[in-house]
Design a protein around this ligand. Structure first.
Ligand code: SAH
Ligand code: DHB
Ligand code: MG
Length: 222
């Protein structure tokens, strides 16, 4: 598959439509320097999340899987002044780097990075009656996706948009016999969307600098 071509087109899109943002570049640089894996969303995908949040008029956003805060900066940039983003991260080191990146980007006052296993954090949020959120972005460990969807629905209301990254996985998602637990987990996630009467959903395949993958997008309707 021509990943070089997809990456070149991502560069074209980024140069054309995405204003240079030293804070986003610095977030990627500091993440790389600290040895974090280069698995943030791409620039065009980050802007897509930003546009989605703005189209939704999101004032309360939840992210599951912070890494160095790259997608969190994009999402926070879409918030109104009194809007808030909560982002969940299991690795204290990642959370520390993300906090510094969010601070540099001038959005630290709107973003809370919560350290812990996302499942525990989400269960606590449900117990404490937090939410509902307008937009939820699921991007942590893939095996956790089914539980994250169940818990996200409890933090939603009609109108909430739930987006999940990495649900196509080089096309492997179409193989029911896959022995990859990540593939099986996203298959379960997609099947849950299909069976869930509270949502209407689709999956959009993507190519780009991150290879061949896709996003599941769901709207909570009741
Ligand atoms: N959304 C980020 C990328 C996230 S990468 C971006 O686009 O910029 C996935 C992140 O999820 C990693 O930082 C990883 O440490 C975290 N993660 C993995 N398992 C987790 C869990 N059980 N709970 C919370 N975070 C987890
Ligand atoms: C991986 C995780 C991601 O969220 C992603 O977008 C790409 C790769 C990974 O764990 O390898
Ligand atoms: Mg991802």
């Amino acid at each position: 598959m021509p990943k070089e071509l997809w990456t070149a087109v991502d560069t074209y899109i980024t140069d054309l439509l995405i204003r240079p943002d030293p804070d986003l570049d610095a977030a990627l640089e500091s993440s790389a320097t600290a040895g974090l894996p280069a698995i943030s969303v791409s620039h065009p995908q980050g802007k897509w999340l930003y546009l989605l949040a703005r189209m939704r008029g999101a004032r309360a956003i939840l992210e599951i899987g912070t890494l160095g805060g790259f997608s969190a900066i994009w999402l926070a940039r879409a918030l109104p002044k009194d809007g808030r983003l909560i982002t969940l991260e299991i690795e204290p080191k990642n959370a520390e780097i993300a906090r510094a990146n969010l601070k540099r980007a001038g959005v630290a006052n709107q973003v809370e990075v919560r350290i812990g296993a996302a499942r525990d954090s989400l269960e606590q949020m449900v117990r404490q009656g937090e939410g509902p959120f307008d937009l939820i972005f699921i991007d942590a460990d893939k095996v956790g996706y089914p539980a994250y969807l169940e818990l996200s629905l409890q933090l939603s209301r009609p109108g909430t948009v739930i987006v999940a990254d990495n649900v196509v996985r080089d096309g492997a998602v179409r193989d029911p016999a896959s022995e990859d637990e990540n593939v099986q987990a996203v298959r379960t996630y997609n099947a849950m969307l299909a069976a869930e009467p509270r949502v209407t959903a689709t999956v959009i395949q993507t190519v780009g600098s991150k290879g061949y993958d896709g996003f599941a997008v769901a709207l909570v309707t009741k």
